[in-house]
Design a protein around this ligand. Sequence first.
Ligand SMILES: [Zn+2]
Length: 268
Amino acid sequence: MSNLVLKDEFSWLKEKEKEWDYEKTNNTFKDNLIKMRYDGVYKFRVVPPFQKDGSDFMVQFGQHWNLFPKADGGAQVVGCPKITYRQECPICSAIDELIRTKRRTYQDFNGMNGIAAQRRYLIRVIFIDYQGQGTITADPNSPKLLVAPVTIAKYIQDKLRDEDYGPDGIIGIKTGQVLRIKRDKNKREYYTADVMGTKYEIPKDLLSVEQWPNPYDFIPKESTQDLYKILSENYNDIDVDIAKIAMSIPTHNAIPQQTKDFDELDKL
Ligand SMILES: [Zn+2]
């Protein structure tokens, strides 16, 4: 799934574009990422794309975890150029090669969850409310970028295509409804979503594009070449060493042993 899959949905934008004040974005929004690190109930209003082809809606990126040590002993994160830029990724290639040669699936490898690429989406939202134990406060006047897992991106995509909702019911400026996301780390599926049937009009002072962060400023920057460089500094043979990690036989003496938190996105 990617934003490009939604292309047809954005013919809708051509009729709506007069409502937006299209201008260049500026990029001073570093504190405006919402990562849903805490259990609880989040309420958002999804904002439509600013690009008329929808290319800045639900911008996809990927990251690999636990492959390299950081100075403090924690897990280093690197961007996955395959998911983020549709370029070759030596880590994904090594994993694919392992699966192909062993004729197994991802689930057959103990260490695979630690290193296979994690896919996320950046979505412009108004953060309306949060109820839970976490130290986070909603601010509906401040433009935000939600870092969303695949399940949530897929839910939004399904609703855009659902004739009972459609673009008007999800991202229409006056008619878009509140999206409620529940996060519960004790459930098998961390995140569940529903649309509440409550319309939430985007306030006039948030209709200017320059108020909003550009998702492309926040995706990982690593290219294929960058990854080869990092890998060659850490491993003798990329394919062999990554296969050993996937099979949980660490050979690299500095490989971090801590459990990965899927929601930590420190690189952003
Ligand atoms: Zn990758």
